[in-house]
Design a protein around this ligand. Sequence first.
Ligand code: PLP
Length: 268
Amino acid sequence: MEEPGYPDARNIFALRAEHVQPLPVDEHGLVVSSRLENLDYVYTTPSHQSPTTVTMPLQRRQALLGSASDHDFLVIEDDYETGTQYVGQAIPALKSLDKTGRVIYVGSLSKSLAPGLRLGYMVASEDLIHEARALRRLILRHPPVNNQLAIALFLSQGHHDLLLRRLRSSYQERWRVLGDALAQYLPELTCSPSLGGSSYWLSGPPRLNCKRLQREAALSGVLIEPGDVFFMSEDSEQTYLRLGFSSIPVQQIEPGIKTLAKVVRAQL
Ligand SMILES: Cc1ncc(COP(=O)(O)O)c(C=O)c1O
């Protein structure tokens, strides 16, 4: 499990598996090293690592697949916000490069359409899909069939692709405006390299306490997400924060960052 990584995945795995190991992440996503050699499953978010948003380059993807086949582990590829790459060409999913059937690809409609639908998709071997269906039946039986049918039509008629294109262009503008505002008004914070996604991941100097920052910024009308929940380690990391922009109107971004900058400065 990537460290930092998606807390919901980590907590779900911890309910099922005795040993969940944190695996380091760098500016190219999950690090491929000897740490992977004795694992059964590796969970990763290569498109935009959650929460750092960094994109795994093609070479690293190939190295990860090579390691999976050399050391006999499976890769769970969580492509949770597909289609939100704003710079250069999108890099092929691990699943599309997978020649040995070692990748289980999962995607979600929660970010593009509506989390309340509880619908997503999985690309894996027929046997695994068969087992996953049986397991789902024991867990929640099935999501409402009318929703599944409506979404199947929505996907098959190309509407989801169109929606992704529209989202991409409005997110891209917010991503650019927020990136510029951070560089201009908050140079004290270091921004993780970003080619896309729906948030920025930032770290501040050691004196910054992002839980306190969250409380104080909220009093001025700016909502931020402290980054400590993304870490598995006991000594929680207080200097990281995530700023989501997918539902912030573009004209509110710069004033919000100016306000946040004042609150940050008051802490340093
Ligand atoms: C890393 C990651 N994976 C997956 C999801 C989607 O979860 P779900 O489909 O259960 O809503 C999210 C949503 O926030 C996420 O951040």
